[in-house]
Design a protein. Structure first.
Lengths: 227, 120
């Protein structure tokens, strides 16, 4: 692969892309915030190659090349939606990532046309960098959510919070939640409850201790069950 | 440029703009429902309930209960009346759930709390 990325041509320089060095990491960061210019560069650098590879892949599976436009569109829509999960590891791997997305869409089409079913073997057949295969499989089949690690962490925090809240009185629970969710200060809450800010601070300090004890207990049980 | 490229370029730019808007707006609108879902999940687990029994107590279909517990139901569909019922089932005050959804509350006064405890 060349060390240079083509800058997308303006309307005055059709087909005469300019070669300039661009910081790849920064470019990918810009893709992740869906910056127009970054996406134009991506299209101008890879759309043609990807279309060619899609055509070859369709022929290889004896599928009609009439599907090229559909697969190409589905692939790029997936790329736009999934780019924020991509970790930059080099130009080659980036293009492999694009190709593997296209391949998934082609395989899904292949199954629809020939078997009318989806095979979980596809996951094994397409192990690629960035841990993409399973994610993409889930995405293509509408099974995706937030990252599993975040979900687990959030679920565990909520369990600890729930347990800790049970030790508090209703008004104390309310104050804790206002602090945690609304990020209100003791001073802001004091007037609402007709008490001094110090009283609110004491409630929060007690609640914080209780929550920490439960979080630590959960983490202890988790580590013990691992060993 | 060729026709296919112009069309693709247009499609990608529209989708990129959509994602930009979605990610700009999404955290505020979906995070609350997600938090509530996890919080209710913890509450029903503590009560020894399943999502099916939770659905039954709320008077909703199991699929709807799953949507709520996964945080997939839009916030506007969670009415105040629903929050009152969910609070009763999980043993919380409705205010706690209202705070999670960023809705206004009437703060619980100390004398109200004492009165509640006296009736238990």
């Amino acid at each position: 692969m060349s060390n240079e990325l083509k800058l997308a041509p303006t309307s005055h320089e059709v087909e005469t892309s300019v070669m300039l060095p661009i910081d790849r990491q920064e470019w990918v960061n810009q893709l992740k915030v869906w910056d127009n210019r970054a996406w134009e560069i991506l299209l101008h650098n890879h759309a043609r190659d990807l279309r060619r590879d899609i055509t070859i892949s369709l022929r290889k599976r004896q599928l009609s090349t009439d599907w090229v436009d559909d697969i190409q569109q589905e692939t790029w829509m997936t790329v736009v939606k999934e780019i924020d999960k991509f970790d930059w590891q080099g130009e080659d791997k980036f293009y492999n990532w694009l190709r593997s997305i296209a391949r998934y869409h082609i395989q899904t089409l292949n199954h629809k046309v020939k078997h009318n079913a989806i095979s979980f073997d596809e996951i094994e057949d397409n192990a690629v960098e960035n841990g993409l295969s399973l994610d993409l499989f889930m995405y293509v089949h509408g099974l995706v959510g937030d990252s599993p690690e975040n979900e687990v962490a959030l679920r565990e925090s909520m369990m600890a919070l729930d347990t800790a809240l049970q030790r508090l009185k209703p008004r104390e629970r309310e104050i804790v939640m206002r602090r945690l969710i609304w990020r209100e200060t003791p001073k802001e809450m004091a007037a609402d409850y007709g008490v001094k800010p110090e009283s609110i601070s004491m409630i929060l300090a007690r609640a914080k201790d209780t929550i920490q004890v439960h979080m630590a207990a959960m983490s202890f049980h988790k580590n013990r069950s691992k060993t | 440029m060729t026709d296919w490229f112009d069309l693709l370029h247009q499609q990608v730019m529209i989708e990129a703009r959509k994602q930009q808007i979605h990610h700009h707006l999404a955290p505020e609108t979906t995070r609350n429902a997600q938090l509530l879902g996890h919080f209710l999940s913890a509450g029903i687990k503590r009560q020894g309930l399943t999502s099916e029994s939770f659905a039954k107590l709320l008077g909703v279909k199991p699929a709807v209960a799953d949507f709520i517990l996964n945080g997939d139901l839009p916030e506007w569909m969670l009415s105040d009346e629903f929050l009152n019922r969910a609070a009763r089932v999980t043993g919380y005050e409705a205010n706690i759930l209202r705070i999670m959804l960023d809705r206004k509350i009437i703060p619980t006064r100390a004398d109200e709390e004492d009165a509640d405890e006296a009736t238990l």
